[in-house]
Design a protein around this ligand. Structure first.
Ligand code: KIV
Length: 295
């Protein structure tokens, strides 16, 4: 398997890659495992970081082998695996087996476990216990949690235990009722709150921060204000990386997807056609054919 197809730099913390090394990691000496230091190097060298959600072993293998830098086992599994209307009902017990499957499948990508609603808000102790569960029981490489200033204590405690944290600000789906729906965040005067949130996440020790559904111009201000990389989900081009929910980008989702999503395939249609063909072949006796029969 190729370990070297993704755009992460190879030389930890060096301003210029050594001449024999390729900054995008395409050379045989590219990183065998994406680590948090590669995120920092990517930002320094202006190399975009790529992320997709994944909830199972097969998609994790495909995305890892294609060179995606990090896989997020998102609480969007609530919608995309468990069929809830929002992410709010998802539990740690539901996400741990999904995270374990993804972590087992990858050889290169950094696996980030999403801490679900109710698993960290009570305080730093609760947050650390949850993060430890994801690292110990699911072999995640990092955790993600929502909130800027309000989650500072939680992030700091988790990081001080040696667990890398990815922040998540802007539109935070776990607060969708508090925010009044799926609304763009950081417009007008709220831009300064977003920057304050981003600085709080960085100060608490996070290695990267997700910006979800914020105007591109504000995402640029946040990105310029931070040393850590910003990962955009509907935050325009002036961020350090892009993350998409795999069921959206691959055309698996039934119904509307957010405007910021580009659909790269129509997997739902491919599967639908295959299922119709299978059903028709069984009904007409075309399948199984002689070559499918054991003697
Ligand atoms: O759960 C998820 O998929 C997420 C991303 C949309 C950021 O949190």
């Amino acid at each position: 398997m190729s370990e070297s197809t993704a755009p992460v730099p190879t030389a930890p913390d060096s301003p210029e890659p050594a001449p024999e090394q390729h900054p995008y990691g395409h050379a045989p000496d590219g990183p065998k495992r994406v680590r948090t230091r590669h995120f920092h190097n990517a930002k320094k060298q202006g190399i975009p970081i790529t992320g997709l959600t994944s909830y199972d072993m097969l998609t994790a293998q495909i995305f890892d082998q294609a060179g995606i830098d990090f896989l997020l086992v998102g609480d969007s599994a609530g919608n995309n695996v468990f069929g809830y209307e929002t992410t709010l009902p998802v539990t740690v017990d539901e996400l741990i087996p999904l995270t374990r499957a993804v972590a087992r499948a990858v050889t290169r990508a950094l696996v980030v476990a999403d801490m679900p609603f109710g698993s960290y808000e009570s305080g730093a102790d609760q947050a650390l216990s949850t993060a430890v569960r994801f690292m110990k029981e699911a072999q995640a490489h990092a955790v993600k949690l929502e909130g800027g200033v309000r989650s500072h204590k939680q992030i700091r405690r988790i990081v001080s235990a040696g667990i890398p944290v990815m922040g998540h600000i802007g539109f935070t789906p776990q607060s969708e009722h508090g925010l009044g729906g799926h609304i763009i965040q950081g417009r007008g005067d709220a831009a300064q709150n977003l920057i304050d949130d981003a600085l709080a996440v960085q100060e608490a020790g996070a290695f990267a921060v997700v910006l979800e559904m914020v105007p591109g111009s504000v995402a640029k201000r946040v990105t310029d204000a931070l040393d850590i990389p910003t990962i955009g989900v509907g935050a325009g081009p002036s961020v350090n990386g892009q993350l998409l929910v795999w069921t959206d980008f691959a055309g698996m989702t039934d119904g509307r997807v957010p405007r910021f999503v580009r659909q790269y395939a129509n997997v739902r249609q491919v599967l639908t056609d295959a299922v119709h063909n299978f059903r028709d072949d069984v009904n007409s006796g075309v399948y199984p054919a002689p070559e499918h029969n054991y003697e």
